[in-house]
Design a protein around this ligand. Sequence first.
Ligand code: ATP
Length: 238
Amino acid sequence: MKQILEVENLQVAYGAIKALKGISFRVAEGEMVALIGANGAGKTTTLKTLAGMLSPASGQIRFDGKLHSGIKNYDLIREGLALVPEGRGIFSKLTVMENLEMGAFSRTDGKDAIGADIDRMFAVFPRLKERAFQLAGTMSGGEQQMLAISRALMGKPKLLLLDEPSMGLAPIIVQKIFETIREVVKGGVTLLLVEQNAKLALQTCQRAYVIDGGRIALEGDAKDLLHNEQVQKAYLGE
Ligand code: ATP
């Protein structure tokens, strides 16, 4: 199995605060992997470091076989890595359509291919099609999350990083978003999902890592972790 992402002993600090104390994990091509853990465990820090927004104090990140450490965001998008951040990061003053076009900015395969992919996103998220010419900032939280995911996919990433897609959304919208995440990923996207909603993340992904206090506390098949007593007590409220 080809590894898309290999992280070795990654350490990241905010000044004196050590947020990541040496974590290692990997994601193979076509896999859906979850990072779960409590508030402040270091999940967002991990994604931000992968996206080149934070520099590691030590450790190694290999993306698609190449070493990367702290390269700027736009270079990573060209390399095939897309982050949907917490809070979504869409362009609120642009329309849905313009946001989707922006997502394809680094592509060189031409207008027709990009147009076909916009149609594909509209097929997955019909709500976005209805709102194609609406300003993104005026849409509901769930619609904005759909747009953020679609925009990231428009860049045809080799690896999609999703940070807390359930954040601030009503349970029924969260279910819908996760259904479509599964659908989209079946279409050949590799996913690293960060979620505080551990149950949903474990039901969605094949494998997972549990982060606790900046370290990997547990790892394994998502199904096994769902039935793991320690996980149930600490993260599933059972
Ligand atoms: P959450 O789900 O609450 O976002 P998380 O697992 O994503 O949690 P991180 O945001 O990665 O956690 O935070 C890890 C640790 O780093 C926490 O102790 C947090 O307080 C600290 N931290 C995060 N951002 C900063 C910052 N900009 N400056 C200082 N400390 C930070």
